[in-house]
Design a protein around this ligand. Structure first.
Ligand SMILES: [Zn+2]
Length: 131
C-alpha cells in the first residue's frame, strides 16, 4: 500500500460519504412526504428500517415554520393553559425551535406539515392556574 493508493482509497470513501449524505436527505424528504400522505409511522418504519422515534425526529425537523404557523402553534398551546413566550424559543437537541411552558416544562413545535406538535398532545397544562 503506497501513499498514492491510500489517497485514492480515501478519495473514494469521501465521495461515497457525500453520495450517502445526499441520499440520506432525499430519504428524509420522502419520509416527510409519506407522513403528509398519511402513511402510518409503523409502515414508514418497516419500509425504511428507521425506528419510529427516528421517523418522528425527521418529520418534526422538516422545513422552517412560517411566522403565521409559529403564531398559530403558540396560540393553540396557550389555549391549553400553557404559559409561553413567543419571543423566546429554545433549540432542542436537534436544532428545532421549541417554545417551552414556563409552568409545566412541556413544549410545542411546528411539525413538517406546519401544524403544532407537543409531546403532551392536547392535554391541558398540568400546572394551569398556578403562578
Ligand atoms: Zn404548561
Amino acid at each position: 500500500m503506497d501513499k498514492r493508493s491510500l489517497a485514492q482509497m480515501a478519495q473514494r470513501f469521501r465521495e461515497a460519504e457525500q453520495r450517502a449524505e445526499i441520499l440520506r436527505q432525499e430519504l428524509a424528504v420522502a419520509i416527510r412526504q409519506a407522513d403528509v400522505d398519511g402513511v402510518a409511522q409503523k409502515d414508514i418504519s418497516e419500509a425504511t428500517g428507521y425506528t419510529r422515534q427516528q421517523i418522528r425526529r425527521i418529520v418534526l425537523a422538516s422545513g422552517d415554520a412560517t411566522p403565521a404557523q409559529v403564531e398559530a402553534a403558540v396560540e393553540w398551546f396557550a389555549g391549553l393553559g400553557h404559559d409561553i413566550d413567543i419571543e423566546a424559543p429554545e433549540a432542542d437537541a436537534h436544532g428545532r425551535q421549541v417554545w417551552r411552558c414556563r409552568k409545566c416544562g412541556s413544549h410545542v413545535a411546528v411539525n413538517g406539515q406546519g401544524k403544532p406538535h407537543s409531546p403532551s398532545g392536547k392535554a391541558r397544562c398540568a400546572r394551569e392556574g398556578e403562578s
